[in-house]
Design a protein around this ligand. Structure first.
Ligand SMILES: Cc1cc2nc3c(=O)[nH]c(=O)nc-3n(C[C@H](O)[C@H](O)[C@H](O)COP(=O)(O)OP(=O)(O)OC[C@H]3O[C@@H](n4cnc5c(N)ncnc54)[C@H](O)[C@@H]3O)c2cc1C
Length: 377
């Protein structure tokens, strides 16, 4: 068993780290106040080849695996949770999903502009009446009308919606669920942007469809395959998004190590106190353990292993870990941790989303328990 990161993944990770340090870190406070800054960042990432990590080279991507995308996402998250959420939604939830399920024509039309960062992607599943029960309570409808499908409904909490040009939308016709690739120009409205606790630079909004007409050839996969695409997409999303809390937690640990070695109380550095050392030892251990499960789940998702328990366990573990680790970091910083003078309060706020998006902690527990109980009994 090889625990080393392959050289090509390492070199992309270093490229991301360099890009984030040079181009994104100087903009972080601006981005947290004004998410439209994201548009330029995406274009720059596109030029550097950082958007299409899992997309084959013939479509402008890097042709790497899910694990590499996860490693990249951890690195982006280390510097900016907001960019990580928007980047992951664009790259994995939308682009990778369209690539995996799309026709040759759909791939040709929609993938290259997304790889270049010219069009930002939004995945539209959640509705005002249903997040955890997104499928059962879905109200967004489609009907076929001659040479088009007509969509009506409202999606909510949609990452990137206010900036997006490409929307992957789930809708139902009775018990038939289908996925559609839509363009902003089709008449998609994005009237509202949420104010949020964390990941404030990642725009989250509503997506409204009023008699939006989508050509027949923009159904993803086949009509009626929506549920399969939702479940497949959610598994990949969980496997990939586990790397976001990992990156946030690793940053919190690094900040804590640095701070505890310079801040003095009672004539000693904080790092001399055993209660602080205990926190740091736990933080390190929990991060490393979460990373091992994240690597395994990402490998399994990339190899299309039909077992949802690992991806759900990975993101559940990593996100609970990050909530605790970033809170410990805040405690190590004391009053300064609570202030915006240091990044730890942002890391703490940004971590919380990992317990909610891609199915909540509670839903992940249900997914794991159902699968392993069904499997072993
Ligand atoms: C910043 C942000 C970005 C997001 N981005 C996207 C996106 O890009 N696309 C998208 O489609 N959605 C997105 N979401 C939506 C997200 O996936 C949902 O918020 C999430 O699935 C929870 O749904 P809900 O908010 O409706 O909560 P609810 O489903 O109302 O759940 C409320 C609480 O009840 C619990 N609960 C529900 N059912 C059960 C049960 N059976 N047993 C035990 N507990 C239960 C939940 O765990 C939760 O604690 C985003 C959300 C946020 C906050």
């Amino acid at each position: 068993m090889d625990f080393n990161i392959p050289d090509d993944a390492k070199s992309i990770r270093d490229k991301v780290s360099d890009f984030m340090t040079r181009e994104v870190v100087p903009l972080i406070s601006k981005l947290e106040r004004d998410s439209s800054v994201m548009v330029d960042i995406f274009k720059k990432m596109g030029k550097l080849g950082l958007l299409g990590i899992t997309i084959p080279e013939e479509f402008g991507g890097s042709g790497m695996d899910f694990l590499t995308l996860g490693i990249v996402l951890e690195e982006v998250s280390y510097f900016s949770g907001s960019l990580a959420l928007s980047y992951g939604a664009h790259s994995n939830l939308v682009m990778d999903n369209i690539f995996r399920n799309g026709s040759a024509e759909q791939r040709e039309e929609f993938i290259p502009p997304m790889v270049k960062g010219e069009r930002i992607g939004s995945l539209c599943l959640t509705e005002p009446g249903g997040g955890s029960d997104a499928i059962g309570s879905m109200k967004t409808s489609y009907v076929s009308a001659g040479d088009a499908y007509v969509l009506n409904g409202t999606k909510t909490f949609i990452t990137n919606a206010p900036l997006a040009g490409t929307f992957l939308i789930y809708a139902r016709n009775g018990n038939n669920y289908s996925a559609f690739v839509a363009k902003k120009e089709d008449g998609i409205e994005t009237p509202r942007q949420f104010e949020k606790l964390g990941v404030r630079g990642s725009p989250t909004g509503d997506v409204v469809m009023k008699d939006v007409s989508i050509p027949l050839d923009r159904v993803l996969g086949r009509e009626g395959e929506g549920k399969k695409i939702i479940y497949g997409g959610l598994n990949a999303e969980r496997a990939i998004f586990a790397f976001m809390p990992l990156g946030l937690a690793r940053r919190a640990l690094d900040e804590s190590i640095r701070y505890s070695q310079v801040r003095e109380q009672f004539g000693n550095h904080l790092s001399e106190f055993e209660l602080i050392q205990e926190k740091i030892a736990y933080m390190f251990t929990k991060i490393e353990a979460a990373r091992l499960l994240a690597y395994k789940a990402a490998k399994m998702a990339g190899e299309n292993v039909k077992d949802p328990s690992y991806a759900a366990a990975s993101i559940m573990n990593a996100s609970e870990m990050a909530t605790q680790v970033t809170k410990d970091a805040l405690q190590i910083f004391g009053g300064y941790g609570y202030s915006t003078d240091f990044p730890v309060e942002r890391l703490f706020r940004d971590s919380i989303i990992a317990e909610i998006g891609a199915g909540t902690t509670e839903i992940r527990k249900i997914v794991i328990a159902r699968y392993i109980l069904g499997k072993f009994h």
